[in-house]
Ligand binder design. Structure first.
Ligand code: 5GP
Ligand code: ZN
Length: 137
């Protein structure tokens, strides 16, 4: 896609610090790291969102993400890694070309996700939502 920033990175029209490349997948450093060492894994061909991405390609993105996570632990001394993937503006996605975030975490990195768990009114509410999901699987 001509106006996609990640397609432009694939085409080398804009620079990126690449850490992994094969026929289908590119991984590079995120320019705005949540924690320093943050990397992104993308398919070379434009796909978005996750539901439109072929299973084999999605699997490959995550296999590369796993390798990068291991390298962040072994190479950077990360104590843990967050692997995440956003779909849609409501989910915080800014670049509409599928990408897997691989974020190294250190026990003293000071980052917090502000994970704020809610509660269901009762089990009926949770079960009704579960049924709505399950009916579409
Ligand atoms: P999203 O919010 O779509 O899940 O994540 C997009 C990510 O792409 C952000 O973490 C952002 O810092 C990163 N990003 C946006 N533009 C560029 C760019 O031009 N180069 C690089 N390396 N990363 C980018
Ligand atoms: Zn693209």
């Amino acid at each position: 896609m001509s106006d996609c920033i990640f397609c432009k990175i694939v085409e080398k029209q804009i620079p990126a610090t690449v850490i992994y490349e094969d026929d289908e997948v590119l991984a590079f450093m995120d320019i705005g790291p949540i924690v320093k060492g943050h990397a992104l894994v993308i398919p070379k061909r434009h796909c978005d969102p996750v539901t439109e991405t072929p299973d084999e390609l999605l699997a490959k993105l995550h296999i590369v993400a796993k390798r990068i996570a291991e390298a962040q632990m072994n190479g950077l001394g990360a104590d843990g890694v967050n692997i995440m993937q956003n779909n849609g503006a409501a989910a915080g996605q800014e670049v509409p070309h599928i990408h897997v975030h691989v974020i190294p975490r250190f026990s003293d990195d000071g980052h917090h996700w502000n994970w704020n768990p809610k509660t269901y009114d009762d089990f009926d509410e949770m079960n009704a939502l579960a049924a709505q999901i399950q009916n579409h699987l």
